[in-house]
Design a protein around this ligand. Sequence first.
Ligand code: NIG
Ligand code: FE
Length: 417
Amino acid sequence: MSATLITNIQQLIGTREENVLLRGAALAHLPSIENAFVLIEDGIIAEYGAMYELELKVPQLPKDIIDADGQFVLPCWCDSHTHIVFAKSREEEFIDKLKGMSYADIAAKGGGILNSASKLNEASEEALFLHAWKRLEEVSKLGTGAIEIKSGYGLTVQAELKMLRVIKKLKERSDLSIKATFLGAHTYPLQYKDDHQGYIDSIINEMLPVIAAEKLADYIDVFCETGFFSPEEMETICKAGMSYGLKPKLHVNQLNSIGGMEAAIKLNAVSVDHLETMTETDITLLRQAGAQGMIGTLLPTAAFFLRMNYQPARILIDNNCAIALASDYNPGSSPSGNMNFVVALSCIQMKMLPEEAINAATINGAYAMELQNEVGSITIGKKANLIFTIPIPSLAYLPYCFGNNLIDKVMINGMFI
Ligand code: NIG
Ligand code: FE
């Protein structure tokens, strides 16, 4: 057995004896221990506590002891919504947007998701894997220890399966905890522009059976939006996915409120993601669904990058909703997977408290991937996925000092990366 003891931690953040999905006011409570230790055995948190309890809780000290004097230690970020398998970046569209085009304009002229799809169709599985692997390495150095990854830039049977096989390989080879989501319904490919049923049939009859047979996905997603998939189409696609055991995690209410929330609730979705555009009714629905465990995942860097209104985080929290934060890392609306910035932006622009943002990006993010028994807090039996900060004066300094790298090192499964 390998054992490591971390001692003299200035503050150990996110210590929880039990798992709870945090809703409303509970999000502001982030338990922590000052002057603390953590014992790690075989990559798992075996014990933790205050330094004065060390002798009692760890009678036999291991050889490997790391002094974390002055450092804050947090559970790694749980990024529950990304699209990190893509072939190429899209900074040419970024320039188009600077010159005045909207996200919808770009999509309408064959840019956006379709642009990424044509690039992905040309790329080999090996190349896609290598690019995605680099992005995983990049985000893990920024403190991400668990991540959800979607398909959705294939849009053909072959290319969607290629993407999902890349994600499967990432799962097999990476030390990060990874969940895979099938997003064949990201947009209608050009040849199905006027034949929606044709593409839905392809998803249901050609893609899903292979995905199920090869166990390529954990979840199913649909981009429910004007000009993309209607709530009814989303229901049809999700029901087919659910018949293979894939639970819905859905893109809703990004640009318009078109009934995605109602449909998501009927489908008993694990999470509803984006939520830039929320009506009073949507908020009420999310509050009611939150009581049943449905999570609203806010993606503030997408709002930032597309210069949209931010998600109404304060109103959602004050309405007792269960909120998670994720990066949406993708080439079109959020070309960054930096969860430190997501947390900072959530505080700066959405007025979340540091405790709320950190909870939403750790334990609630873990819930949004159904990984709450594995990651998301400092809890005995969970993976030792830990962020070590450089010496900082307080926890609030993390979002306050946005854009600065405050991470000294990151541990995944008990090993420094
Ligand atoms: O979550 N909104 C839909 N899908 C992605 C962006 C896709 C793209 O522009 O490539 C998102 O923001
Ligand atoms: Fe997304």
